[in-house]
Write a protein that binds this ligand. Structure first.
Ligand code: IMP
Length: 447
């Protein structure tokens, strides 16, 4: 039995979908613990491609239970569209469960998110415009609507009438937008409530029961460490806690129940939206990474900013998440390059800095200090073992692991499941604790 958290080690879009899909094979339960419809992964079923924003991809395994935890925010309209899409494909959603204490994204959240972004002008965050920030803001302000409120018809009428009138003042007076009709919204959401009612549970209890029965639980993080509200590049972050610690808060589970944390990082770095990005490449090489890596957002279709691998944020992600091992994805995207750079430290005001600075202003001033490694200039997409990899690719991976002091357990070389090299069993293999005295992961010694 192992309870495993999978987190993004960069700014999201690291390829967590593929890694959770691989690991879901041995999971009995997959739990999403934060975020909302700002996340997204593309699924191909029976030759048809579609996108899931809320439902974990574990739903494709008939025996796997999928739970949308209390730390998430749920847009019922999007969730129902996902349920309908799955039904059309004859994929059962009988094993989907929704936490009764998750918060609900309302139409005014989406409107305020977009209007506030416009108002911010040069200071905009580059949000997905899906109402995520305002939904979490209401949760903190204690004016949010929870899934269990949605299930209480009369209570919802009372609560929404007051809330919508209050939000209308903001929409009209602050943003010059037309007001919402409370009755229209109430009827719309009562309709959603009936569709979602069969799925609603006490998710914390359900997860605890599963643990008591010694079932394997996979906690699936959305976004990434550097987008974490508390530990990311604030204010250019999302409004939830994608870090491993968020899995406990976002599910109602104690930290002693977690066995392992697996990080996922791309072999280079990408970021969507605004905010500092020291290793960003605004040249042909950045374009090459973007086109070879098909770096366009699943949710908004926006072009992702691309850059070299940043081991400073990598080390930070290892620390903040207590990461046991790492999956490196999209190594094949680097195949054509003659030289590959890795940011080993930053320079700020003429001084070398090895650690991620918490201040966004300071982070903005960081200049990357690079180490240049030779590329391998051959295709790796068909490599299926460590031995198949070109020497330069092996050296690149070893260099990353040594810099971040974490074992690399998985290397991904393409979208399909078989384009994967498993170096260590990510669930039962060596833990981060198994480091040599100089900090080198034991698992690297014989590589
Ligand atoms: P929000 O989560 O829509 O409020 O957006 C806040 C920031 O997080 C923006 O920079 C978004 O581009 C970024 N973001 C949110 N979700 C994702 C994701 O799933 N992948 C990558 N970036 C994301």
């Amino acid at each position: 039995m192992a309870n495993v958290i999978v987190i993004g080690a960069q700014w999201g879009d690291e390829g967590k979908g593929k890694i959770t899909d691989l690991l879901s094979d041995s999971a009995d339960v997959v739990v999403r613990y934060q975020g909302g419809v700002n996340a997204g992964h593309t699924i191909v079923v029976k030759g048809q491609t579609f996108k899931l924003h809320l439902i974990p991809s574990g739903i494709l395994y008939p025996d796997t239970e999928c739970i949308i935890g209390s730390g998430t925010v749920i847009d019922p309209q999007v969730l129902i569209t996902e349920l309908d899409q799955l039904k059309e494909l004859n994929i059962s959603t009988d094993k989907l469960f929704i936490s009764q204490t998750a918060h609900v994204t309302m139409p005014y959240h989406r409107l305020i998110d977009r209007a506030a972004e416009e108002r911010r002008g040069n200071h905009k965050i580059g949000t997905t415009g899906r109402g995520i920030g305002p939904t979490y803001a209401d949760k903190s302000e204690r004016t949010g609507i929870r899934v269990l409120d949605l299930m209480d018809t009369q209570g919802l009428r009372d609560q929404l009438e007051w809330t919508i009138n209050y939000k209308n003042v903001i929409l009209e007076k602050l943003y010059n937008l037309p007001p919402l009709d409370p009755q229209d919204v109430i009827e719309e959401y009562l309709g959603y409530a009936e569709r979602l009612r069969p799925y609603v549970v006490d998710a914390s209890l359900k997860i605890y029961d599963a643990i008591q029965k010694r079932r394997n639980i996979l906690f699936e993080g959305a976004q990434g460490t550097l987008l974490d509200l508390d530990h990311g590049t604030y204010p250019y972050v999302t409004s939830s806690n994608p870090v491993a610690g968020g899995a406990c808060v976002g599910t109602g589970l104690g930290p002693t129940m977690i066995d392992r944390v697996i990080g996922v990082a791309k072999a280079y770095t990408t970021r969507v939206g605004e905010g500092p990005f020291p290793t960003e490449l605004q040249d042909e090489c950045g374009e090459l990474l973007c086109s070879r890596g098909a770096e366009f957002g699943t949710t908004t279709g926006r072009k992702r900013r691309c850059g070299w691998f940043d081991a400073v944020i990598g080390r930070y992600a290892v620390r903040i998440n207590g990461m046991d091992c790492l999956a490196i994805t999209k190594l094949d995207v680097l195949d054509e390059l003659a030289e590959i750079k890795v940011c080993v430290a930053y320079e700020i005001d003429g001084e070398r800095c090895e650690d991620f600075p918490s201040s966004s202003r300071r982070f903005q001033q960081c200049r990357p200090i690079y180490k240049t490694l030779p590329g391998w200039q051959q295709s790796t997409s068909d490599c299926r073992s460590w031995e198949d990899l070109p020497t330069q690719a092996k050296d690149y991976l070893k260099f990353l692991a040594e810099l971040m002091k974490v074992p690399i357990a998985i290397v991904s070389l393409g979208a399909s499941r078989d384009q994967t090299i498993i170096l260590e069993d990510p669930i039962h293999g060596p833990k981060r604790a198994l480091l040599q005295a100089d900090g080198t992961p034991v698992s690297l010694v014989n590589k």
